[in-house]
Design a protein around this ligand. Sequence first.
Ligand SMILES: Nc1ncnc2c1ncn2[C@@H]1O[C@H](COP(=O)(O)OP(=O)(O)OP(=O)(O)O)[C@@H](O)[C@H]1O
Length: 239
Amino acid sequence: MAIIHVKNVSHSFGKEKVLDNVNLLIQEGEIFGLLGPSGAGKTTLVKLIVGILEATQGEIVISGKAVPSLELLTDIGYMAQADALYSELSAKENLQFFAQIYRLKKQMQRERIDNVLKVVGLSDHANKTINQFSGGMKRRLSLSIALLHQPKLLILDEPTVGIDPVLRQSIWSELRKLKEDGMTIIVTTHVMDEAEKCDRLAMLRDGRIIACDTPERLKEKLRVSSLEDVFLAYGGGNL
Ligand SMILES: Nc1ncnc2c1ncn2[C@@H]1O[C@H](COP(=O)(O)OP(=O)(O)OP(=O)(O)O)[C@@H](O)[C@H]1O
């Protein structure tokens, strides 16, 4: 069943058209990747889906509700490209702050905070303040915040930038588990091995979707061995 329907969506900043008639159906429980070079429009599309931006043209419907909708806020977990953390507070205090925004009950707060810290491998750093955190640790904490309220839909804008390969693997295995529990996940990436891990992939270039399918079918159709070759074959230029 489709959880997200992006219908004829275009978006402009001033005179610059950055998304041009985008159509997408994202199925419940899939990991959907948005792949494309810098400036292709991935972040803009993600912000439209989250409801931070309103499309100049077209419509986005999530679980039958038109975006933006306050009702959808608790259904969505969003991790932006820039970390929005309180640097004077500890990791745990940051999580407590967001847990209060989501109105989680005290007992639930404790359980969820312990759980998400474990997921991102930060349990041993819970009491450190953020200004003592590395870039990768901040990314991991941002991911844990997006998971805190157990959203149905998780939207991650370049989640593993600055994260080492070992931890990247463990985050991806966690995303798989979340998917198996029924979560729908949208991920933007430049990284090919991450794109390979998605159930389906939309390739964006200059605000247009140039191809959309499973990584295997994209490669099979063109008889090429890498997603980079698929992108080039569709006229995508270099990623
Ligand atoms: N707030 C804004 N005002 C004006 N132009 C913007 C704004 N945000 C994005 N743009 C422009 O929209 C285009 C698409 O940007 P977007 O951030 O969506 O690309 P992206 O694919 O996510 O790139 P990256 O991989 O570098 O994050 C770019 O040309 C960018 O300069």
